[in-house]
Write a protein that binds this ligand. Structure first.
Ligand SMILES: NC(=O)C1=CN([C@@H]2O[C@H](COP(=O)(O)OP(=O)(O)OC[C@H]3O[C@@H](n4cnc5c(N)ncnc54)[C@H](O)[C@@H]3O)[C@@H](O)[C@H]2O)C=CC1
Ligand SMILES: O=C(O)CCC(=O)C(=O)O
Length: 436
């Protein structure tokens, strides 16, 4: 059910019915009894329709909003929500999580998970899921397009034509063939881009903090500085982290060749935009393409300002690196599937902040889930609760991190609310749920 506060995205012809991957992944859930209580799903930031359809097929109550919510709004709204789905804009802070007593899981319908306080979520027993590479190709293709556009000053001459000008000139315009692309962060996106760039005849060099396999003829560099000073184009594909905060500032830009170009579709915290604007206006850099900003508006209409506005040969895009129908459909499918599996079977496979567990369903068993602080004796106390009620444990799987333990237990008798309460009231217990 949609809330009526926003209309769902129009359905593209390629995603009008639940897709194959989800069908395959979810088919084994058919034998599992339905959830004991209604499941409320809150989806923000216009999460793709594929996810909505999958949740609705499960009979979950879905509320879909077009925008993100502020911390205050979220603290109120999350109180009776079982699963929340967000993209990159919604910040799920410790304060929000502390108000989320019913929350079973968080789905980031994107790659980045930096918008969620992962540690707080883990300590409160809430697994977080994402889609680690469904939009990789979309970002890589955008960067290739922008490299050509920057090299031909395409946005400036096009703007001229729109305004009745005719800037026909070859000065400062180049082919990209034979030019050097420097990739900072050679992970999923960086390495995919490397392949695409080489197929355009570019030389690729890269820098990563971990040893990675160089694809094709690409060459690893020993330092960020080496990439900066040897590239015609520098593109950033690192995660948001304390190490990457302002990793490109005045000093680093000065190391770049005169007339070189900077592209950033990673996170807005990575580049000092004031320093970048100065270098574009002074003519040291030949152009830039920026998709992400330190402060991004909640939605269109809330205003957007950056020091880069009106800088020469500068492409500004509203965080659309992963915004293609293909990527959003795959993300919707992948993340919704993971969340449904968590709700229906307790599976935490691919959670980014949690032990990854999955236990196959067996008939005539009853399942209880427990997340607890990782201290000695919890398992003994839980098993004593079952033993004292003459309940046989048919399967038991425990996964731990330094802070928490996640336990899936299948027993031979239907678990009563009283047993659940006994487990939940053990001191280290964080979250306890009877599945069926
Ligand atoms: N603009 C958009 O719409 C999108 C933006 N992104 C952003 O792109 C980032 C990268 O995505 P993926 O390639 O999938 O991530 P990834 O995790 O596969 O790769 C990131 C790479 O950066 C490296 N790295 C980390 N810190 C570094 C440092 N200080 N210097 C050099 N290398 C460093 C890592 O070792 C890793 O190899 C994401 O974290 C996300 O923030 C992702 C998708 C869409
Ligand atoms: O499409 C989005 O909302 C965010 C894309 C992104 O930045 C990511 O996947 O990390």
């Amino acid at each position: 059910m949609n809330s009526g506060r926003s209309s769902p995205q129009s359905r593209s012809p390629i995603c009008s019915s639940p897709p194959k991957y989800a069908e395959m992944e979810l088919q084994h859930l058919e034998r599992i009894p339905p959830p004991r209580h209604p499941v409320k799903i809150l989806l923000l930031e216009n999460v793709h329709q594929t996810g909505v359809l999958l949740f609705e097929k499960e009979g979950f109550q879905v509320e879909l909003l077009k925008t993100s919510l502020t911390e205050e709004e979220l603290m109120e709204k999350i109180k009776d929500v079982h699963v929340i789905g967000i993209r990159s804009k919604t910040k799920i802070t410790k304060r929000v999580l502390e108000n989320a007593s019913k929350l079973l899981a968080i789905g980031c319908f994107c790659i980045g998970t930096d918008q969620v306080d992962l540690e707080a979520a883990e300590r409160l027993g809430i697994p977080v899921f994402n889609s680690p590479f469904a939009n990789t190709r979309s970002v890589a293709e955008l960067i290739i397009a922008e490299i050509v556009c920057l090299s031909r000053k395409l946005f400036d001459v096009s703007k001229g034509c729109h305004e009745g000008q005719w800037f026909k000139s070859a000065v400062g315009c180049h082919e990209i063939r034979g030019k050097t692309l420097g990739i900072v962060g050679y992970g999923h996106i960086g390495s995919q881009l490397s392949v695409l760039a080489e197929s355009q005849g570019m030389n690729v060099i890269f820098y990563d903090i971990i040893p990675v396999l160089p694809l094709g003829n690409s060459t690893p560099c020993k330092s960020l500085e080496e990439v900066l000073s040897n590239s015609d184009f520098v593109t950033l594909h690192v995660p948001k982290s304390p190490q990457t905060e302002n990793m490109i500032g005045e000093k680093q830009i000065k190391l770049m060749k005169k007339g070189a170009y900077l592209l950033n579709a990673s996170r807005g915290t990575v580049v000092d935009l004031k320093a970048l604007a100065d270098s574009l206006r002074s003519g040291h850099l030949g152009g830039a393409a920026i998709d992400v900003y330190p402060k991004e508006p909640k939605a269109n209409g809330s205003g957007f300002e950056t020091p880069l506005q009106n800088c020469p040969n500068t492409i500004l895009t509203p965080h659309i690196g992963g915004s293609t129908e293909e990527a959003q459909q795959m993300i919707g499918e992948e993340v919704a599937t993971a969340l449904i599996k968590l709700v229906r079977s307790g599976s935490t496979v691919n959670a980014v902040n949690f032990p990854n567990l999955e236990v196959p369903f067996t008939s005539s068993s009853h399942r209880i889930l427990n997340v607890h602080r990782n201290v000695p004796g919890v398992l003994r106390d839980i098993n004593n609760i079952f033993a004292s009620r003459d309940t046989n444990v048919k399967a038991q799987v425990l996964g731990t991190t330094a802070d928490i333990g996640y336990l899936i237990v299948d027993v031979d008798k239907e678990t009563s609310e009283e047993v659940k309460e006994a487990i939940a009231s053990l001191k280290p217990s964080l979250r306890t749920r009877i599945l069926y």
